[in-house]
Design a protein around this ligand. Structure first.
Ligand code: ZN
Length: 354
């Protein structure tokens, strides 16, 4: 009998147990940090910015109502003509987006259109061709009879879904398009510089495909003008210096996606390039929601792992407070708000400016 063997085996067992235990602790700590960072931050400190929902029926021709439908999807309706930016409703989950392949979900699209009471649309304007903007636009246009307006990359998203060519219009940059009493101009802009999925979609894009297949394909500011008021939709938190010079908007729907990850210099450049140029009376942050979750009346902001939405909102609030005549507002998701005309909301009641 070898008396030295048993203790040696025991020592090895202890060593493995210690290594295993330590690994377990590390894995648990990583999971804790990971899930903690995936927890959405609270938007409660900004509750006072929430704009009131329109309750009375719209008086004919006297109002322009806007409904925020997540990310940069905005429904604009004057009672006679309805327009939409993007129309992104599928909002695939985190796993499918990161590791799998994604495709438009006709059920989610139908549900969103019903919830927002969208029956007819004159046109859809796609701000750029990333999937969180362009994925569903052709199907939404098919459902609603809308003209689809976008870049050559958006055209390839449409072709991949068999969208009729004669209902697609390539963006005429800086040229006004007319729909009822609306005039819409798509002004070439820049995307937020994260460097992911940039470039063009060169061929018809047939889903399902990796989320990265929806490449940016050029970004636009969408200026929607109506006799009752002017709205600028800035889908991505980037800007092109001088692009908006000479333009005016009463309200800016300002994309703040990933803005909270950048420093004050970047924020100042963005603010100056968009808000400073068009001088609105109201700034409405958009593209703050976690678009891997379904569309809901209570949208959660992007988790801290990916963005710092409260930091962007605080920076915006500080800046707006320092300027006379500009207010802020947050649109309640999936609910119409009177932006222009009879009973129009005033922005920034919490700031006491109006
Ligand atoms: Zn994008």
């Amino acid at each position: 009998m070898d008396l030295g063997r048993a203790p040696a085996r025991q020592r090895r067992r202890w060593r493995w147990a210690t290594v295993g235990g330590l690994l377990g602790v590390v894995v648990l700590a990583a999971l804790w940090v990971g899930f903690g960072l995936l927890d959405p931050p609270s938007l409660a400190p900004f509750a006072a910015w929430r704009l009131p929902t329109a309750t009375a029926p719209a008086p004919a021709g006297a109002q322009v109502r806007v409904t925020f439908l997540g990310v940069a999807t905005m429904l604009v309706d004057d009672g006679e003509t309805a327009l939409l930016t993007d129309g992104f409703f599928t909002r695939p989950g985190k796993l499918a987006t990161l590791l799998g392949r994604i495709a438009p979900d006709p059920v989610a699209i139908r549900r969103a259109l019903d919830a927002a009471k969208v029956h007819r649309l004159a046109a859809i304007f796609v701000v750029h061709s990333h999937y969180d903007h362009a994925l569903d636009a052709p199907l939404v246009a098919m459902h609603t009879g809308a003209l689809l307006v976008g870049s050559p990359s958006t055209a390839n998203v449409a072709r991949g879904l068999g969208f009729p060519e004669d209902r697609f219009r390539l963006v005429p940059p800086n040229e006004p398009m007319h729909f009822g009493r609306f005039t819409v101009t798509m002004i070439p802009s820049r995307h937020f510089p994260h460097g992911v999925a940039m470039g063009e979609i060169e061929a018809p894009l047939r889903p399902p495909a990796r989320a990265s297949a929806w490449k940016e394909g050029g970004s636009y500011s969408v200026l929607i003008e109506h006799p009752l008021g002017r709205l600028l939709v800035q889908g991505s938190a980037g800007w092109r210096a001088g692009a908006l010079d000479g333009r005016r908007a009463d309200v800016v729907a300002l994309g703040i996606g990933a803005l909270g990850t950048r420093d004050a210099t970047y924020f100042d450049g963005y603010y100056h390039g968009v808000i400073g140029a068009v001088r609105p009376r109201c700034v409405i942050p958009i593209h703050y929601d976690d678009f891997t979750l379904p569309l809901d009346t209570d949208l959660e902001p992007m988790p801290s792992l990916l963005d710092d939405v409260p930091a962007a909102l605080r920076a915006l609030e500080r800046r707006v407070r320092s300027e006379p005549g500009i207010g802020m507002g947050l649109l309640p998701p999936l609910a119409p708000v009177v932006l222009f005309g009879d009973g129009a909301v005033t922005c920034g009641p919490s700031l006491g400016k109006h």
